[in-house]
Structures are given as structure tokens and as C-alpha cells.
Write a protein that binds this ligand. Structure first.
Ligand code: ADP
Length: 497
């Protein structure tokens, strides 16, 4: 139906003027706009300019009769509703008219109510039809919008510089873009529909994506990323996430693949540079440090000028010690970055290691009148398999910090025990403490809490990042609790393997 007919307009075609006028009166009261025509020809002419949705049509008219007019209106195919008006004698004609597409008929002579009821029903039918048609158009419009949206998303995915791959719950690939094919060295127009292994050679990534596709990671916030070295110097970083439906059911997995080769190369260059510079600086500094110590010891017992010089030299010696610590930290850090922390794994007995560290650092604590106690609470310790120097670095850093950040005369307690199959070490002090707002920052590189108490304590801000790096690489956990003015507790749990 074309929508240029108007449900509020009625055309009355009748050769009898009294009937035309009577119908007009009734229909006008029903809020219709009414036009009249006395012949079929005139009626058809009127319809060209007056878009009536309803036509009241007398069947028996001189000239063109109602049946012919009905036929022509039907041919127009505008959805005009025709109600025929006919005398008793011509009921058969009315039925014939209905067959030819008239909507209803009213026998002559009719009561006003009869006309009202039939026309009202016709109006309802038209409005319903218009309404249905509008809904249909809206739906068609929505569908075409959807199609445009889909093709737009498709084009964007195809043009992304990052690789994208999508699987279903069976781990079968349902979408792959050209960048993914390019990064992974697949044919640019690789088709979908095959198992994941056909597209991803890296076993670890393949396993991760399969697990995600099967819904194993739905509630994970931090799904690990995967480094893939596809060829010498070409590093890709793959991140995968589950694709969730309306009810959070898993529909598959989506993988994003980025080329991080340039970043990796730069990172490696930086680490190599730090390692090299640190090495170059450490040996001459150590020599200067030793020489200063020698000069100072030889000067002992001399006159006051010498005392002054001795003071200056002692400060210089202190500075060189600070520099040596910094450089050692930098070296440790680059060792962790290069993955050397576990390069020389051997079973290490933590209780014995702690005894020697505490013994070594006791002198430092004593210099500040601090007491340092070691409480070994387990009969036997399962060894931790690790590079010994790394473990020394973990516990050494924590105990050194406890000494440094505790006032003279303070107490440092080191407790070691087994917790299930893990080794747990707690380093507790009653020193300056750390404000809660800094607790998650102290593990960041070069981060140091600066306040009146800590301002004059030398350090690099690298100790705790090193400790955390090593603990993480061993699959352990480090925790800290602290209260300013009361003290700090660091606990390290390491698995025994
Ligand atoms: P550094 O000791 O060289 O500054 P760290 O990374 O070892 O670097 O420590 C970072 C910061 O954490 C320190 O500057 C200090 O403010 C704080 N901190 C570490 N351990 C303690 C502790 N036991 N008590 C109070 N503050 C601490």
C-alpha cells in the first residue's frame, strides 16, 4: 500500500444529491473531511487530488457504474477502502463487488448508525494497516542499519594493524584478519574454520587460547599475556580474552597480536647499557674505596689537621660505599631482566642462609645499638631451589632496610618457618614505618619515601623492586604491613620445588 492516502478523508460517489449530502453530514460529525462526486468519472477525477482512504460508492449510477469505478480504484492499488452502497434488489451485485475487492457494503436505504459503524470499522482497518506497514519499514530499516554496521566493523577489523583472531567454544577459528596472518607468517587470505593449531604454532599460546575458548578464564581479571618469538628478533605480544554472551556465558576467545620487536630491542639495549656501565664503574670505585680505607687507617693517631682530613676522607669513603651499592643494585636489576635470577638453581637451605646473613649484618645493627634476633621455628626446612645469590639478595635487602629504617636502639626480628610446603620468612622491625598510601609504591623502581626521618638515609629505591622481581620469578609472594611510628613487617613465602 502506498502511504499517500489519508485515513481522515472520505469520498462519496452517488448520483442522488440527498444521499450525498446526508452521508456528508454524518461523516463530517465523525471528524472526516468529505468530498462528493455525482458520477463515477467525477469521483475518479477527484481521487487524483483528494487522497481519500475511504470511498463510499453507489453501485447503480448512470454512465460509468459502481462496478467499473471499483475496478479502476482497485487497479490504482493505493489501498483505498471501498464501501459499496446498493439497493435490496442488487444484493448479488454487492456480493460480486465484495469479491472484486470492496471492503463492505451497506444496503439502501440505510440508517445513519449503519453508515457510522461500517465507516468506523473501515477507518480502524486502515489505521491498523498503516501502523503495520510503518513497523515493517522500521524493521527493514533496522536490518539494513545492522548490515551497514556489520560491514563497517568487518572493514575496521580487516584494516587493523594488530592481528585479531576469534575462536568458538570448540577452539575452532571463526575470524582472522590479514594482520594476524602477516604477523604469524600465514597466507594473507588464510581461510577460517580450522583448528587453532593450524594458525598458531606456539604451543603455550595455543593452550591458553583453547582454555579461554572453553570458558576456563571467565572470571579472571588478569589473564597472562604471551610472548611469541616468531623468528630471530621478531617478538609478538599476544593477549587473549573470553568473548562473553548476554548471560556471561563463554562464546569463544578473541586474541590480539601486537608486534613488540622494536620495544624489546630497545629494552634489551637499555639493559645491556646499564650492565655495561655498572661494570665499568664498579671496579675503579671499589679500588678507590679500598685505598681510602687504607689511607684512613694509616692516619689514625695523628694531629688535629690529620683528624680533619680523616673526617673528609671518611665521608668520601661513605659516598663511595653508597655508589657501590647503587651499582650493585643496577647490576642485580639487569640480571633479573635478563632472566638470570634462576640461572644457577640449586637447593638452598633458607635457615642456614639466614643465619649467615644475620651474622653478617649484625655488625651494622650493633653500630646503631639495635638488636637483631633470628627465630627458626621449624625443625627441618625443605630447600628452596634457586640461585643462591638471588635468595641472599631477597633476605639481605629486607634486613638491611629494617636496620636502615629503624631508629637507634630499635629491634629487628627475623622469623623463619615452614608453611605447608612453602618457606615463610618474616622480617619485622619497630622502626619508622610506612604510610599506607605509599605501600603499593615502594615496589616501583627508584621509589623512595621521603620524610623527615628517611631524608638522610642513602638508598637507590631499587632494593624492593629487586626483591619483588626475584620472589615473582620463583613463584613466591611478598607482603608488607606497616604503621608509621610503630614499625614494618615484610613476609616472603617461597614455594619449594
Ligand atoms: P632504598 O632502601 O634504597 O631506598 P628500597 O626499594 O629498598 O630502596 O625501599 C624503598 C623505600 O621503602 C625506602 O626508601 C623506604 O622509604 C621504604 N622502606 C623499605 N623498607 C622499609 C622498612 N623496613 N621500614 C620503613 N620503610 C621502609
Amino acid at each position: 500500500m502506498e502511504n499517500n492516502i489519508d485515513a481522515s478523508k472520505v469520498l462519496v460517489i452517488d448520483d442522488e444529491q440527498s444521499l450525498r449530502d446526508g452521508a456528508e453530514r454524518i461523516l463530517t460529525r465523525m471528524d472526516f473531511q468529505v468530498e462528493k462526486a455525482s458520477t463515477g468519472q467525477e469521483g475518479l477525477e477527484k481521487l487524483k487530488t483528494f487522497p481519500a482512504a475511504i470511498v463510499l460508492l453507489d453501485m447503480k449510477m448512470p454512465g460509468m457504474d459502481g462496478m467499473e469505478v471499483l475496478k479502476r480504484i482497485t487497479i490504482m492499488d493505493k489501498g483505498i477502502v471501498v464501501i459499496v452502497i446498493t439497493g435490496f434488489a442488487t444484493v448479488e451485485t454487492a456480493i460480486e463487488a465484495m469479491k472484486r475487492g470492496a471492503y463492505d457494503f451497506i444496503p439502501k436505504p440505510y440508517e445513519p448508525d449503519q453508515l457510522r459503524i461500517v465507516v468506523d470499522r473501515a477507518r480502524e482497518t486502515i489505521l491498523l494497516k498503516i501502523n503495520t506497514e510503518e513497523l515493517l519499514m522500521e524493521r527493514t530499516q533496522n536490518l539494513s542499519d545492522l548490515q551497514t554496521e556489520q560491514s563497517r566493523v568487518h572493514t575496521i577489523i580487516e584494516s587493523l594493524p594488530n592481528g585479531v583472531l576469534v575462536t568458538d567454544t570448540e577452539g575452532e577459528v571463526v575470524l582472522i584478519n590479514p594482520a594476524f596472518c602477516m604477523h604469524m607468517g600465514l597466507a594473507r587470505d588464510a581461510v577460517t574454520g580450522q583448528k587453532l593449531e593450524e594458525y598458531i604454532a606456539d604451543e603455550k599460546l595455543c593452550r591458553l587460547v583453547t582454555d579461554i575458548s572453553k570458558g576456563k578464564y571467565i572470571d579472571y581479571d588478569d589473564i597472562p599475556s604471551c610472548d611469541v618469538e616468531v623468528s630471530e628478533g621478531k617478538h609478538l605480544m599476544a593477549r587473549a580474552r573470553p568473548v562473553l554472551g548476554d548471560k556471561r556465558e563463554c562464546l569463544g576467545a578473541v586474541v590480539n597480536l601486537a608486534d613488540v620487536s622494536a620495544m624489546k630491542a630497545l629494552d634489551q639495549l637499555k639493559s645491556e647499557f646499564v650492565a655495561k656501565v655498572s661494570h665499568e664503574l664498579r671496579s675503579p670505585l671499589s679500588t678507590i674505596h679500598e685505598q681510602l680505607a687504607l689511607v684512613i687507617s694509616e692516619m689514625t693517631g695523628e694531629d688535629s689537621t690529620a683528624e680533619e682530613e680523616q673526617h673528609i676522607l671518611a665521608r668520601a669513603k661513605e659516598k663511595t660505599r653508597g655508589l657501590i651499592t647503587t651499582i650493585s643494585d643496577l647490576l642485580d636489576l639487569s640480571r633479573i631482566e635478563a632472566g638470570i635470577s634462576a640461572s644457577n638453581p640449586q637447593p638452598v637451605k633458607v635457615d642456614e642462609l639466614l643465619k649467615s646473613i644475620v651474622e653478617f649484618l649484625n655488625a651494622r645493627a650493633q653500630a646503631k645499638n639495635q638488636t637483631i634476633t633470628l627465630d627458626i621455628s621449624a625443625e627441618t626446612f625443605t630447600p628452596v631451589v634457586s640461585d643462591k645469590m638471588s635468595l641472599e639478595s631477597v633476605y639481605g635487602n629486607l634486613i638491611t632496610n629494617a636496620i636502615n629504617y629503624t631508629q637507634d636502639g630499635g629491634e629487628i626480628k627475623v622469623t623463619a618457618g615452614m608453611s605447608g610446603r612453602n618457606v615463610r620468612v618474616i622480617v619485622q622491625d619497630n622502626g619508622f614505618g610506612i604510610d599506607e598510601k605509599y605501600l603499593d609504591k615502594i615496589f616501583d623502581r627508584f621509589y623512595r619515601v621521603k620524610n623527615n626521618k628517611t631524608r638522610f638515609i642513602t638508598g637507590t629505591g631499587l632494593g624492593l623492586p629487586i626483591v619483588k622481581g626475584i620472589v615473582d620469578s620463583l613463584g613466591g609472594i611478598i607482603d608488607v604491613e606497616s604503621e608509621p611510628g610503630k614499625g614494618t613487617v615484610f613476609s616472603v613465602i617461597l614455594p619449594t620445588r
